[in-house]
Design a protein around this ligand. Structure first.
Ligand code: BGC
Length: 757
C-alpha cells in the first residue's frame, strides 16, 4: 500500500471514529445527574482539585496529604506519577476508600513521546510531516495509556516569535497555519479513533492563551497585544484544537488585557466556549490560581472565585478551589450553578474516557511490559527525527561523510545520554538511549574510526551550566580548560574531519529557561575557533531548543546541521543523516535572527510606510548596524539533493467568493540523491480594510522524490483561505487583488496575482 493510501485510510478511520466518539449524550447526562444527586458540596469541589504527587517535579510547590484527601473525596485527579503499580494504588484508594468511589483521572506531561521520545515539538514542526506527527502522538498515547496515563498536557500550541523564551522548544514555531495543522494532527493522534479506546488519551491544548509572547522573552512575563493580532496570528492553533475535539484546555500564566488568563472571563467563556463552542473542561496551569495573588488580583479566596467565575474548572496544585469555594458560596461570591457546571465537565471527561465503566482500564501491567519502547515505536521516532534536522549550509559538500573517514567527534554534547531526549521528556528512560559517540561508532563499525574528546564544557560559567543542565542532566567536567582543549586539538589533527556536537544543553530551553543572548556559548566558540585553526573541515551539529543567533558560525564554519533535540533515537537519526543514508529535509518553522536585537523577527509581518528590505537608507525602516533580513528565513532548509521548480500556473486570474483557483508547480529532483522537499504556498492580500501581512503561509506539501523524478503539486485556493478577522473581529474575505507565492522557503518564491470578485 502506498504511503498516501495508508494516510487516506488512516484519515477515514479518524473521521469514522470522530463520529463513534460522540457518546450517547442522554445516557451520560442521566448517569452524571444521578451521581451528582448523591454528591455533597465538598465532594463536588473535590472533583475540581488536581494536586501533584511530587514524583516528577514540574513546578515550585508540592501537594500535601494526597492520600488523605483522596479518601475524603477531595481529589479529582493526579498528575505526573509514573507506573501502573503506583497509579493503581491510588486509584484503589479513590474507588474503594472514598464515599462515592469516583475514579481519579491521571494526567502527565506526555509532550513529545513517552519512553520512546520523539523530537521536541519545535523540532517536529520542522518536518512539516503531519502524518508522522500524528503518528508520534498515537505512539505516545499507546505507551502512556499502557502505563496508566489517560490525559496528557499536550499539545502546546503557543505561537512564538520570541527565541529568548525557553518554551519556544515546546511549540510549533511562529506560523498560525502550520501550528493549526500540527495541533489537529496531535489531537487526532492522542484521542485517536475513539477516546474510549484503551490506547487513547485525552488531549489538553495549552497554554490558553498567548503564553508565547512574553515581554522581553522572560518566562511568565506580561503579554499585551491587540485583539486583531490575537485572532489572526495567535489564536488560530487554539481554535484548531477546539475544532479537532480536544477534551481539555489549560490556562496560561500570563495576563491578557491586564487580567491573568486563569481569571479572564472574556477569554475562558466568551471566546473559548461561547464563540468557539468548546465543551470540554479547563484546567489551570501549575498554581496559576494562587499566582493571581502576586498579579495583584486579591487574596486566595478572591482569586479562586475569579477563576471559577471566568469559566476555569479545575485547579492544578493551588488548593484555591478546595480551600475557599465553600466560603465563597456562603458569601454569594460564586454560585452553586457554576460549581455544578465545573464538576459536571470533569465527570463528563471521566465518563468519556470510560473510567466509570472500569477505573482500572489503563492499569494493565501486561500492556506496560509489551507496548512501551518497542522496536516499531523506536523506528518511527528515528525516522521522524531525521526529518527534523535543518541543513543550514553545506559548503564544499562536506556532508554527507564517508563511513571510511577518520572522524574527530568533539564537543560537550557528543557523549551525553541524559541530554539527548530534550526538555519536557518527563517519562524518558534515558539510560536506554544512545549517546552520539556510541551511535557514531556503531554506524562506522570497523570501516572507519571515530575518536572522541569533549574539548570544553558548555560554558565557562559553572553556575550558568548548572542551571542549564537540571533534572539529572549535569555534565560539567572539572579538568582545566587548556587540558580539555589540547586533547580535542590533538585528535582533530589526526583526523580527516571534525564533527562538533555543540549548542545548548537540553535544559537551556524549556520552562523557566529564558536567555538574553542567543549566540553560541563562550567556551564552545573558543574551542571552535581553535579547531578552525587546524585547517580541517568542520561539521557543526548544533543542538538547541530555540532559534539561535549563528552569524559567526555561518561566516566561519562551512557545514552546519541544526539538530535541535531529536528524542530517544536522536543519536542514530543524526548518524543516518550525517552518513547520507537519509538526506536532510527539515525546514525552519521560525525565522532565524541575525542578532538578538532583531527579535521579534518573523516572516508574516506587516509592511511599514517606509519599507526597506535592503541595507541602511536614511528615513526608511531599518537598523544602522544590521540588515532587516534574518539570517535564514522561515521555511528554509537545504538537502543533499537539489530541486527545480517549474513556472507556476494559475487556473484562472480571477475567482468569485464561491469559486476556487488552482495554483500548480512541477518539482523535479535534479540532484543525484533521493530527498524530500516541502513545497510552500503563501498569499498576500494586497489591499484590505486593515493592514495585511506581506505574506502568509496558506498551504504546504511534503513530497519525496527520487533522482530525476518530478511531481506536480497543486494547491486549491478558495475564499475560506483568504479570510481574516477585521477590525470588528468578523471573519471575512474582502474582494480585491491577491498575490500567490509558491516556493522552497518564504523568501525564494515565484509570484502571480489574481482577483477575488
Ligand atoms: C507548565 C505546564 C505543565 C504543568 C504540569 C507547568 O509548570 O507550564 O506546561 O503542563 O506545569 O506539569
Amino acid at each position: 500500500m502506498t504511503r498516501m493510501r495508508i494516510y487516506l485510510l488512516a484519515m477515514a478511520l479518524v473521521s469514522i471514529s470522530m463520529a463513534a466518539q460522540a457518546v450517547d449524550q442522554a445516557r451520560m447526562d442521566r448517569f452524571i445527574d444521578d451521581l451528582m444527586g448523591k454528591m455533597t458540596l465538598q465532594e463536588k469541589i473535590g472533583q475540581l482539585n488536581l494536586p501533584v504527587t511530587g514524583d516528577i517535579i514540574t513546578g515550585s510547590t508540592v501537594s500535601g496529604d494526597v492520600v488523605g484527601k483522596i479518601k475524603a473525596g477531595q481529589v479529582g485527579g493526579l498528575f505526573n506519577m509514573k507506573g501502573v503499580k503506583s497509579i493503581r494504588q491510588l486509584q484503589e484508594v479513590a474507588v474503594k476508600q472514598s464515599r462515592l468511589g469516583i475514579p481519579l483521572i491521571f494526567g502527565m506531561d506526555v509532550i513529545h513521546g513517552y519512553e520512546t521520545v520523539f523530537p521536541i515539538p519545535f523540532a517536529m514542526s520542522m518536518s512539516w510531516d503531519m502524518e508522522a506527527i500524528r503518528n508520534s502522538a498515537r505512539i505516545a498515547s499507546i505507551e502512556a495509556t499502557a502505563d496508566g496515563i489517560c490525559w496528557t498536557f499536550s499539545p502546546m500550541v503557543d505561537i512564538c516569535r520570541e527565541p529568548r523564551w525557553g518554551r519556544m522548544s515546546e511549540g510549533n514555531g511562529e506560523d498560525p497555519f502550520l501550528g493549526s495543522a500540527i495541533c489537529r494532527a496531535m489531537i487526532e493522534g492522542y484521542q485517536g479513533a475513539d477516546l474510549a479506546d484503551k490506547t487513547s488519551m485525552m488531549a489538553c491544548v495549552k497554554h490558553f492563551a498567548l503564553y508565547g509572547a512574553p515581554e522581553a522573552g522572560r518566562d511568565y512575563n506580561t503579554v499585551d497585544m491587540s485583539h486583531v493580532r490575537m485572532f489572526n496570528e495567535y489564536f488560530p492553533p487554539y481554535k484548531a484544537g477546539v475544532d479537532a475535539g480536544a477534551g481539555s484546555f489549560m490556562t496560561s500564566f500570563n495576563v491578557i488585557d491586564y487580567i491573568p488568563a486563569t481569571g479572564n472571563r472574556w477569554l475562558m467563556t466568551e471566546v473559548l466556549r461561547d464563540r468557539w463552542g468548546f465543551d470540554g473542561f479547563v484546567v489551570t496551569d501549575y498554581t496559576a490560581i494562587s499566582e493571581m495573588i502576586n498579579h495583584g488580583m486579591g487574596d486566595l479566596q478572591t482569586v479562586s472565585a475569579l477563576a471559577l467565575n471566568a469559566g476555569t474548572d479545575m485547579d492544578m496544585v493551588a488548593d484555591g478551589f478546595l480551600g475557599t469555594l465553600e466560603k465563597s458560596l456562603d458569601e454569594g461570591k460564586v454560585t452553586i450553578d457554576d460549581i455544578d457546571k465545573a464538576c459536571r465537565r470533569i465527570l463528563e471527561a471521566k465518563y468519556k474516557l470510560g473510567l466509570f465503566d472500569d477505573p482500572y482500564r489503563y492499569l494493565d501491567s501486561k500492556r506496560a511490559s509489551k507496548e512501551i519502547y518497542t522496536a516499531e515505536h523506536r523506528a518511527a521516532a528515528r525516522k521522524l527525527a531525521t526529518e527534523t534536522f535543518v541543513l543550514l549550509q553545506n559548503k564544499d559538500n562536506v556532508l554527507p561523510l564517508q563511513r571510511t573517514a577518520k572522524i574527530a567527534l568533539v564537543g560537550p554534547l557528543a557523549n551525553t545520554r541524559a541530554n539527548m531526549p530534550g526538555t519536557w521528556s518527563v517519562a524518558a528512560a534515558s539510560d536506554r538511549y544512545s549517546t552520539l559517540l556510541e551511535a557514531m561508532r556503531r554506524a562506522v563499525g570497523d570501516r572507519g574510526e571515530v575518536m572522541y574528546a569533549k574539548g570544553c564544557n558548555v560554558c565557562y560559567d559553572a553556575e550558568l551550566e548548572k542551571n542549564s543542565t537540571m533534572f539529572g542532566r549535569e555534565m560539567r567536567d572539572e579538568r582545566p580548560v587548556d587540558v580539555m582543549r589540547d586533547e580535542a586539538l590533538r585528535i582533530a589533527r589526526e583526523c580527516d574531519v571534525i564533527v562538533a556536537a555543540m549548542g545548548e544543553p537540553s535544559e537551556m530551553s524549556g520552562e523557566s529557561s529564558s536567555r538574553s543572548e542567543l549566540t553560541i556559548l563562550d567556551a564552545q566558540k573558543d574551542l571552535l575557533t581553535a579547531l578552525l585553526a587546524t585547517g580541517k573541515p568542520i561539521v557543526l551539529l548544533n543542538f538547541s531548543g530555540r532559534t539561535t543567533v549563528m552569524d559567526w558560525e555561518v561566516e566561519n564554519i562551512p557545514t552546519i546541521l541544526n539538530v535541535w533535540f531529536g528524542g530517544s533515537e536522536a543519536a542514530d537519526a543524526i548518524c543516518d543523516v550525517v552518513f547520507g543514508d537519509v538526506s536532510p529535509s527539515g525546514k525552519l518553522s521560525a525565522t532565524m535572527p541575525r542578532s538578538v536585537g532583531q527579535v521579534p523577527v518573523y516572516y508574516n509581518h506587516l509592511n511599514t510606510g517606509r519599507p526597506n528590505p535592503k541595507w541602511f537608507t536614511k528615513f526608511t525602516s531599518n537598523y544602522l548596524d544590521v540588515p532587516n533580513e534574518p539570517l535564514f528565513p522561515f521555511g528554509y532548509g537545504l538537502s543533499y539533493t537539489t530541486f527545480n521548480y517549474s513556472p507556476m500556473t494559475l487556473s484562472s486570474n480571477s475567482m468569485s467568493a464561491s469559486g476556487s483557483i488552482q495554483a500548480s508547480v512541477t518539482v523535479t529532483n535534479t540532484g543525484s540523491r533521493e530527498g524530500a522537499e516541502v513545497v510552500q504556498l503563501y498569499i498576500r492580500d494586497l489591499v484590505g480594510s486593515i493592514a495585511r501581512p506581506v505574506q502568509e503561509l496558506k498551504g504546504f506539501e511534503r513530497i519525496n522524490l527520487k533522482p530525476g523524478e518530478s511531481r506536480q503539486v497543486t494547491f486549491t485556493i478558495d475564499a475560506d483561505l483568504l479570510k481574516f478577522y477585521n477590525k470588528d473581529l468578523d471573519y471575512v474575505c474582502e474582494p480585491g487583488d491577491f498575490e500567490v507565492m509558491i516556493g522552497t522557503d518564504s523568501r525564494n518564491v515565484q509570484r502571480k496575482q489574481f482577483t477575488l470578485r
